[in-house]
Design a protein around this ligand. Structure first.
Ligand code: WQD
Length: 337
């Protein structure tokens, strides 16, 4: 299936493009390079021997995405593109609402115009807000995200559901990712944040290569076994496979489908530190800091629905992901250049 991948040069997007190509799909990439590097295209080619067509466009420009849609006529879209820094979204909510919502509406306009009726949306566990219980299932209440970034994910899910109702031929898959970590085993692709990493894994890997002197553990007073926050960390390779399995599902014209993509297992911050040390042999010094505002204590997935309906299950564990994340960081000490 010819698939347009928005944000296809990003962390999850690029791994997904590799898996699409390996599964025999044709991938076309659009990306505005605001949080990714053109060099990733060379690396995708290096891994797959295929160089996907790439368009440097901003989805907020309706004409630009319409032109690409007319030219390429994809059968499906996987929509990763969007601003995604939780803290930044609190400081600049308008930028997040404008960018993430307008780009999605433009994409849908262009899809409708050229009858592209399959979309996979990169949603997030953050749509569940503060979970009333764990593990989370897809029927759990959604809608009280703890930050504007998460709110945009909630709103885009609603936009997609409403558009699907008005356009019954449209197949929509909402994939709610938990915490993606890891990298491609070649060390060519991985998480490459700008500046000081917000997320746990890239911070750990920067400590591991000596770029930062210790990990700040945001709080150890949570009601969890070791007091630190618990999350469901999923290897980005498993996440990418989940998208390939979802495209197959959309070919059956299911209308609207929603899946949690996680491992079904919770890992605390200190357990992650120990997993990293076990995987790499590198000691990670840490200091306990106060709880980070907006964080939840515990958040992990029940992934039975994806297993049953997609035949998809995470194959890798956090030790595998620590190994691959460290391998990427060692080979790219200053990120992808
Ligand atoms: C994980 C745990 C922290 C950094 C967010 C978004 C989610 C997705 C992934 C974009 C928490 C602790 C972290 C550090 C720490 N975003 N931590 N020291 O907040 O679960 O999820 O990122 O796609 O939508 O909500 O991820 O990696 O920031 O935090 O102790 O330096 O690690 O307190 O318990 P989070 P995270």
């Amino acid at each position: 299936m010819k698939t347009l991948v928005t944000g296809g040069l990003g962390f999850i997007g690029s791994e997904t493009v590799v898996k699409l190509i390996e599964a025999g799909h044709e991938a076309v990439i659009v990306d505005n390079l605001s949080n990714s590097k053109l060099a990733v295209l060379d690396r995708i080619e290096g891994i797959t021997n295929v160089r996907p067509r790439f368009y440097k466009i901003d989805l907020c420009n309706l004409d630009a995405i319409t032109d690409v849609m007319e030219k390429e006529r994809p059968e499906a879209v996987i929509h990763f593109a969007g601003l995604k820094a939780v803290g930044e979204s609190v400081e600049k909510p308008l930028m997040y609402y404008h960018n993430n919502l307008l780009s999605t509406m433009n994409l849908l306009d262009a899809m409708r115009k050229f009858d592209c009726h399959n979309i996979v949306f990169s949603s997030s566990a953050t749509v569940y807000g503060v979970p009333e219980h764990v593990p989370l299932v897809e029927t759990d209440p959604v809608g009280h995200a703890t930050n504007p970034y998460g709110e945009t994910k909630v709103m885009i899910e609603h936009i997609l559901m409403d558009v699907q109702k008005s356009w019954p031929e449209l197949n929509v898959a909402l994939l709610r990712y938990f915490n993606p970590i890891g990298g491609h085993p070649s060390g060519l692709l991985g998480e490459d944040p700008n500046g000081i990493p917000n997320n746990l894994m890239p911070y750990i890997t920067q400590v591991a290569i000596g770029k930062r002197d210790h990990l700040r553990v945001w709080g150890n007073t949570y009601p969890t076994p070791d007091g630190t926050g618990i999350r469901d960390y999923i290897h980005v390779l498993d996440l990418a496979e989940g998208h390939v399995a979802t495209l197959k599902k959309l070919a059956q014209n299911p209308g609207l489908v929603i899946y949690n993509l996680g491992t079904g297992k919770g890992t605390s911050v200190l357990e992650m530190v120990h997993a990293f040390e076990k995987a790499t042999g590198v000691k990670i010094p840490y200091i306990i800091y106060p709880v980070r505002p907006g964080d939840v204590a515990e958040n992990y997935a029940n992934c039975d629905k994806a297993a049953k309906e997609l035949g998809w299950k995470a194959k890798f564990d956090v030790v595998d992901a620590c190994r691959d994340a460290y391998n990427f960081q060692k080979k790219n000490p200053n990120g992808i250049e």
